[in-house]
Write a protein that binds this ligand. Structure first.
Ligand code: ADP
Ligand code: MG
Length: 308
C-alpha cells in the first residue's frame, strides 16, 4: 500500500493540469490568486479530518473541546501561510448514540474561534464520529509564506514549546493524570496573531505549522526548499510540566518533543532579526546539502507521525 505521502504524490501527479492562477498540493494550503498586482488579496484553502479512535477518543475529550480542536487544526494551516482565517465548511458523519446535547456543545466549540461556518454536509456514520473541515483565509500576495523558500544561513524558529500535546496523549492512553498536558492535547491554539505579525516581514522566508512533529515537518520545508538543517537538541523549547512528566515516566523528552506532533506552533526560517510580541525560539539553522536534519546534541532516529 502507498505511504501517506507517496499517495499524496500520486494524486498530485496524475491530475488534470492546474489553471495558472492556482498553486495546488504541497503546502499547508492551496493558493487561489485573484488579482494581478502584489498587493492583491489572495485566497488560501485547506482541509483536515478528525476520525474517532484515530485522532481522538470520544471519552477523553469533551464535545466542546473536540469542535474547537477540529477547527484549530485547520486554522493552524491558514496561519502557516501567513493568512487570516475567513470561513469554514463543516462536514459531519455521525454515528448512533451521539446526543443533541453532545452536538450542541460540539458546535459551540466549532464556533469558539469566531470563524463563521458557511456550509457543509451531514451524514450518518456506521460507527465512528468523523469531522472534516475546509477552511478559507485571506492574505496579501506579498505576505504569503510557503514551505519552499528557506535559504541557506536562515535561523530556524518555533513559535512555542513542543511536546505537551504528545505527553497529554501519552497520559490519556496510559490512564495517567497530568491535567495541564491533557488540557494542552485537547485545547491547542492556532498561532494566528503570530503568523499575522510574521507575514509582512520579508526576512521571514519559509513557514509551516507543526502537526506531525518537528522531526518530520521540518523535512517538508527542507525538501520543498532543496536545503538541509542543523538542529541543536538543547535548544528545543519544552514546558516545565512536560519535562517533569517525562522524568517521572521515564520518557526521552527531546525525542517525544520533536516526534510527538499536534503542537500547532509555527515552524519558520528567517534571516536577520524577527519582530514579534510573542516568544520565539531559535532551534537551529538552514545549511547547504541533502534535505535532512543533522541533530546536534542528541541523535534522533524516529521521525514524526504518519498515518500509513
Ligand atoms: P497538513 O499537515 O499541513 O494538513 P498534510 O500533510 O495533510 O498537510 O498534506 C500535505 C499536502 O498534501 C497538503 O498540500 C494537502 O492539501 C495535500 N493533501 C493531503 N491529502 C490529500 C488528498 N487526499 N488529496 C489531495 N491532496 C492532499
Ligand atoms: Mg500544516
Amino acid at each position: 500500500m502507498y505511504s501517506e505521502f507517496s499517495l499524496i504524490e500520486f494524486i498530485k501527479n496524475c491530475q488534470p493540469t492546474l489553471p495558472k492562477h492556482i498553486e495546488g498540493i504541497g503546502d499547508d494550503c492551496a493558493i487561489i490568486f485573484r488579482g494581478e498586482e502584489n498587493q492583491a488579496d489572495e485566497q488560501v484553502v485547506t482541509c483536515d479530518t478528525m476520525v474517532e479512535n484515530i485522532h481522538f477518543l470520544r471519552a477523553a475529550i469533551s464535545p466542546y473541546e473536540l469542535g474547537r480542536k477540529a477547527v484549530t487544526t485547520n486554522l493552524s494551516d491558514i496561519a502557516a501561510m501567513g493568512a487570516k482565517p475567513e470561513s469554514i465548511i463543516l462536514a459531519l458523519s455521525i454515528p448512533k448514540g451521539i446526543t443533541n446535547d453532545y452536538l450542541e456543545e460540539f458546535i459551540k466549540g466549532v464556533n469558539s474561534w469566531g470563524v463563521p461556518v458557511i456550509g457543509g454536509d451531514t451524514t450518518k456514520s456506521p460507527e465512528h464520529f468523523v469531522i472534516t473541515i475546509t477552511a478559507m483565509g485571506r492574505v496579501m500576495r506579498n505576505n504569503i509564506k510557503r514551505r519552499s523558500t528557506a535559504q541557506v544561513g536562515d535561523v530556524i524558529y518555533l513559535s512555542g514549546t513542543v511536546g505537551d500535546s504528545a505527553a497529554g496523549l501519552h497520559a490519556i492512553l496510559n490512564d495517567l493524570t497530568c491535567q495541564p498536558l491533557v488540557f494542552a492535547h485537547n485545547n491547542p491554539t492556532p498561532h494566528i496573531s503570530v503568523a499575522l505579525e510574521l507575514a509582512p516581514q520579508e526576512n521571514v522566508h519559509a513557514m509551516m505549522d507543526v502537526s506531525d512533529g518537528v522531526a518530520s515537518d521540518l523535512v517538508h520545508i527542507l525538501k520543498a526548499s532543496g536545503v538541509g538543517a542543523e538542529i541543536d537538541t538543547a535548544m528545543i523549547p519544552m514546558s516545565g510540566h512536560f519535562k517533569d512528566y517525562c522524568k517521572v515516566n521515564n520518557l526521552n523528552p527531546v525525542e517525544l518533543a520533536v516526534t510527538g506532533g499536534e503542537d500547532y506552533v509555527l515552524l519558520f526560517t528567517a534571516s536577520d532579526k524577527v519582530m514579534c510580541h510573542c516568544d520565539l525560539y531559535p532551534i537551529g539553522k538552514i545549511v547547504e546539502g541533502a534535505p535532512q536534519i543533522n541533530w546536534i546534541g542528541e541523535d534522533i532516529r524516529k521521525s514524526g507521525f504518519t498515518h500509513f
